[in-house]
Write a protein that binds this ligand. Structure first.
Ligand code: SF4
Length: 209
């Protein structure tokens, strides 16, 4: 089996509880207007990995055992349902922390099509990004998106009120891999434009997806 992966990164601290390992799936057929992850849309050959090779790469992360959890995002993880199910099953057995998955699909659709995947993860953040919706809610790009706690572990870690929790100081992380700069986190409405403007004023002009 193949899996299309954009990147793996540790630590991340703005896409779920605590300090986490992040896995970005490559490929998204949803194409929300205003998406800031456009570089994850096309599942090109350069992102294709043999699944076993990917698991070996994952196991090489020293912090897999000490991470508070794993966040799987993208791209659209459910666009690769077989790989996602395998990965969730692997992580369930391997890590102590929670497994949180982002999806741009509606929860009702996921429940109908992929009940086995939902049983294998702890937290789901679902629904498409809607640019015209508010942007106050924690760990979400638009306020129509929902956090669902799917396991006892999730309820213990996140608590029942988490779906209505708001950002208290939104944080972005940046990481440099090779000659690429990656942004990790969820910018507020207009933040990217402000960032490009500030960089341009300082003479830094960069290409962005
Ligand atoms: S589902 Fe996520 S990655 Fe896909 S287009 Fe929407 S915001 Fe972008």
């Amino acid at each position: 089996m193949d899996i299309y992966i954009n990147k793996i990164h540790y630590p991340i601290n703005n896409l779920g509880a605590g300090t986490r390992l992040g896995i970005w799936f490559q490929g998204c057929p949803i194409r929300c207007s205003g998406c800031v992850n456009r570089d994850t849309w096309e599942a090109g050959e350069e992102y294709r990995l043999d699944y076993e090779e990917f698991i070996r790469a994952l196991l090489s992360f020293e912090n897999l055992d000490s991470a508070d959890g794993v966040t799987i995002t993208g791209g659209e993880p459910f666009a690769q349902p077989r790989a996602l199910l395998e990965l969730a099953g692997f992580l369930r057995k391997r890590i102590k922390g929670d497994i949180l998955v982002y999806s741009g699909y509606a929860y009702d659709e996921l429940k109908k099509k992929y009940p086995d995947i939902l049983k294998s993860i702890d937290v789901l953040i679902s629904e498409p990004f809607i640019e015209s919706a508010g942007d106050r809610l924690l760990w979400r790009g638009s306020d129509n998106q929902k956090i669902r706690l799917l396991s006892k572990k999730a309820s213990a870690v996140y608590g029942r009120g988490i779906d209505r929790a708001e950002w208290k100081g939104r944080r972005m992380q940046f990481s440099i891999v090779g000659d690429s700069l990656y942004m990790i986190g969820i910018p507020g409405r207009g933040d990217m434009e402000k960032l490009y403007e500030v960089m341009k004023k300082r003479g830094i002009d960069f290409e962005h997806a």
